[in-house]
Design a protein around this ligand. Structure first.
Ligand code: ZN
Length: 86
């Protein structure tokens, strides 16, 4: 099994609550051994384990109102209220 970490670019994080919201959403997913979001870096780092499914991870984050990309491209923040305050 892979022992590496995956890093995704996250769009829409604006405050520490966003970081917490994302971490709390993805940590319970099967195969997620560790999840840590960085507000400053606009990234989410995940350590995948057995059963990890990237599609589930992405859909979970997107469902919260954020954008997620496995490319290093900068994601323009969308206007409107903080996604974590919905
Ligand atoms: Zn927020």
């Amino acid at each position: 099994m892979t022992s590496g970490k995956l890093t995704f670019a996250i769009g829409g994080m604006r405050c520490p609550d966003c970081v917490t919201a994302i971490e709390n959403a993805v940590m319970p997913l099967p195969g997620v051994l560790y999840a840590g979001a960085s507000l400053a870096g606009a990234t989410l780092t995940v350590r995948p384990g057995p059963g990890f499914r990237q599609a589930d991870l992405v859909s979970r984050v997107v469902a919260l109102g954020y954008t997620m990309c496995d490319q290093a491209d900068a994601i323009a923040p969308s206007p409107g209220p903080c996604p974590c305050r919905r």
